[in-house]
Design a protein around this ligand. Structure first.
Ligand code: ADP
Ligand code: MG
Length: 575
């Protein structure tokens, strides 16, 4: 048996233990019960040992996807997701996900095996030799290297604290091959292990900041509360509900904050984003950043409007626009403090403001609903989504993973979320290639059914890890919107040499066959009615399913909603 080759793996008989065994124990001490990764030299034996010690190991086909799974696991559980990678390329593949986690404030730890320091530092050329720690440093929240087995526990605790406390993020933990293989006496090794206290301390805001915020909020005639994924992460939906309902202030959710309060809540300003930006006199940001997704606080925003910002990171304040009332603390503590003091203040919300938002919202919703009426075949994004909307309405507890261009934008606009942390998308960087990883991470972390709605291009980045969904028999359905291209399938090659255009993929590709190869239940659907039936069945089965949704090649426009970010060139894509 392969495991026979592993030295010192059996702690019940060995007087000596390896760094690998100590690493597994240290992870258990901080409460890590799951690890995502892809093994090879020098971490294969470690994965065996960790699995043997009861840490669930979810093996992937590509490290980036294992990393996306770890990040999503971290986001959904408020504990660091763990990614295990091999040295050099495996490390680099995984690092893309760790960097993305850092940008999105998802707690995760990438543990990578690395080569012996000596030939690395002298650049002497060694197997998979790369100075990984220094490469990781600028891309992550913190990075540490463990060189000696007696330091493993310290390294793990520091990585955990860095990942999850304050603003969460990605942490890199470099463990050298000699350290993994180093042998220690069992008793000496056990003496290094301990259970750390208060791994994610509360950060209570100053009373002055709370008073300042409430005074400003109470003065507002046209206030709004803007909810970000920091609030979803913090699990403060009950407190946000209390704040919104006791003040009567309308709220607008950022993409992954949809469902913190139900999208169809009477005070939802989901369909009145422009109105909020143009007219609100006081905006309270709750775990949301004034970054590019909110025009950095400029553009349409009312120049006279004032901001209250609830955030855990003091350095987030004032990054783009003056914040009149920063409340720096963890959201649970900050909202508790605000709610406790709230009864002492009288709000002055103009009832017409709320009415205007509600009336405009209803009118916009009615207009939007018209898009979903035509049952066009071949399907457009809208006709396909009309079917999916019906199924989601009957299955509100399904977690939605969503990426693509038009597939992302149109799905976000169509599907109303009712529950917090049920929408996971390509988030702050608006990247592609998180789909299969996040689907696995969400299913493993929650045990809930997951549906990934993927553009055909987006699916291509991670499609092979559909096989991971199958190997682990997860209750996950992947829906591929195939319009045959990046944005759409009708790009033109200006040279006429017969090659596909840069945006062209394959509108005739049968993605369902890929699912068949790995034993999934598969569907190929060409009409909204077929799609509705397939997705209903797939969710009910709680088994791996893949639905290839045949769209028209000309459905979708370049860059979806963010075409304005392209350089102003004449790009010959039909819209
Ligand atoms: P969105 O994209 O939804 O606007 P962002 O990721 O841009 O969300 O912003 C989330 C914000 O929430 C970040 O500034 C982060 O520091 C903050 N945050 C994350 N977790 C917490 C927490 N527990 N308490 C307070 N703020 C938090
Ligand atoms: Mg496409």
């Amino acid at each position: 048996m392969y495991i026979d080759k592993i030295p010192h793996t059996d702690p019940s008989t060995a007087n000596e233990v390896t760094g690998m065994w100590i690493l597994a124990q240290a992870l258990k001490k901080v409460g890590i019960d799951t690890m995502y990764g892809l093994v090879g030299i020098p971490v294969t034996e470690f994965a065996y040992i960790a699995q043997g010690e009861g840490i669930r190991f979810v093996g992937f086909r590509h490290e980036q996807q294992a990393g996306m799974a770890a990040a999503t696991h971290g986001y959904l559980t408020k504990t660091p997701g763990v990614l295990l990678t091999v040295s050099s390329l495996g490390f680099l593949n995984g690092l893309t996900a760790t960097a993305n986690a850092t940008v999105n404030c998802y707690p995760m730890i990438q543990i990578s095996g690395s080569s012996d320091r000596v030939p690395i530092d002298l650049e002497q050329g060694t197997y998979e030799g790369l100075d990984q720690l220094n490469i990781a440093k600028p891309l992550v929240k913190a990075a540490y290297r463990i060189n000696r087995p007696e330091d493993i526990m310290t390294g793990v605790v520091r990585a955990y604290r860095a990942a999850v406390s304050g603003r969460p993020g990605g942490v890199y933990l470099d463990v050298t091959t000699p350290c993994l293989g180093a042998v220690m006496e069992r008793s000496a090794a056990e003496a290094t292990l301990y259970t750390p206290v208060d791994l994610c301390p509360a950060m209570v805001p100053s009373p002055q900041s709370v008073t300042r915020a409430l005074e400003l909020l109470a003065s507002a005639k046209k206030p709004a509360i803007l909810i970000g994924k920091g609030a979803a992460y913090a699990g403060v939906e009950d407190k946000v509900k209390k704040l919104v309902e006791s003040t009567g202030i309308p709220f607008y959710p950022m993409s992954m904050a949809k469902g913190v309060l139900p999208d169809d809540h009477p005070l939802s300003a989901l369909s009145s984003r422009s109105l909020v930006m143009e007219q609100a006199d006081v905006v309270m940001l709750v775990g949301a950043r004034l970054n590019w997704l909110l025009s950095r606080g400029h553009g349409k925003w009312n120049p006279a409007g004032k901001f209250i910002q609830l955030d855990i990171d003091p350095e987030e304040i004032d990054i783009n626009r003056a914040i009149a009332a920063p409340v720096v603390g963890d959201l649970a503590s900050s909202l508790d403090a605000l709610l406790t003091a709230l009864p002492q203040y009288k709000m002055s919300v103009d009832p017409d403001w709320v009415k205007t938002i509600q009336t405009e919202g209803k009118a916009k919703d009615a207009k939007f609903a018209e898009r979903l009426v035509p049952q066009t075949v071949p399907m457009t994004h809208w006709s396909a989504l009309s079917a999916i909307k019906k199924v989601f309405e009957k299955n509100p507890d399904v977690i939605l993973v969503n990426e693509g261009a038009n597939t992302l934008d149109d799905t976000r606009d169509t599907l109303l979320m009712k529950l917090p942390r049920h929408r996971i998308d390509c988030a702050t960087w608006a990247i592609m290639g998180m789909g299969m990883g996040s689907t696995v991470g969400a299913a493993i972390a929650t045990g809930k059914s997951v549906v990934a709605i993927e553009g055909d291009s987006a699916f291509g980045f991670s499609g092979m890890d559909f096989s991971t969904i199958c190997r682990f028999d997860l209750p996950a359905t992947v829906v591929v919107f195939n319009n045959g291209g990046i944005y759409n399938g009708v790009g033109e090659n200006l040279s006429g040499n017969g090659d596909p255009a840069p945006t062209t993929l394959d509108v005739k590709a049968r993605y369902d066959k890929l699912g068949e190869a790995f034993g999934a239940t598969t569907y190929y659907v060409a009409t909204p009615a077929e799609l509705e039936t397939a997705l209903t069945e797939a969710i009910a089965s709680r088994k791996p399913c893949l639905i290839d949704v045949q769209l028209a090649a000309d459905s979708g426009k370049e860059s979806g909603h963010i075409g304005y970010l392209n350089p102003e060139a004449l790009i010959p894509i039909k819209v």
